[in-house]
Design a protein around this ligand. Sequence first.
Ligand code: 5RP
Length: 232
Amino acid sequence: MDWNSDILKNHSWTGAITNLESKQKAAEQIAAKVVSGDIIGVGSGSTSYLALLAISQRIKNERLQIQAIPTSVEIALSCSKLSVPVTSLYEHRPDWYFDGADEVDPNNYLIKGRGGAMFKEKLMMCASPLNYIIVDNSKLVDKLGSKFPIPVEVFPTALMHAEASLKALGAIEVMLRPAQGKDGPVISENGNLILDVRFDIIGNDMENKINCITGVIESGLFQNQSVEIIVA
Ligand code: 5RP
């Protein structure tokens, strides 16, 4: 039985998509990789949304049998709206995963998490044997942190401890991410708080150092993962 839900019928990407044309080209490249039978981890953000749209077109046109594992409520709703079948990490390991990023440096290290989904995104990336990161040119940087802070998801009562520990690692700015549709801070999908953290220097071991802070659930710094970058 269907819900006949107006929320689902009206669901689409909220707001304008920056660099739409480039992101669409990258999305098409991802959709071209889909093979019937694939279990695909699906990232979050507007580029991932466009890739999911392109994949859903191929599913319809070619009757492909795939299952998606979404990394956020936002993309789970998009799967539902686009009739893309979903599964979870309980049932399946992804054959491959795609996602966007906020920054990519020459080592293919990333900053992600503008959308706050970095915990499940990193979990998916670690679970998947093959990871594609799809970005437009604007995401390529010489130095991580040039444009975006590093988001750090923190268990609520560890907030001040995490702030002090991040400062001890050299953080020059630690901001509690404010919510936009509610008063107070953003509450993550996992019930936690998000700190946006700036450093002058981000060493190659910073991901490990941040993750060692008790109370840190995950950060949006990706230095330890193997990824293939697709630039459109
Ligand atoms: C969400 C993310 C996104 O992948 C990242 O913010 C890129 O977003 P967009 O494709 O909208 O530019 O990490 O947590």
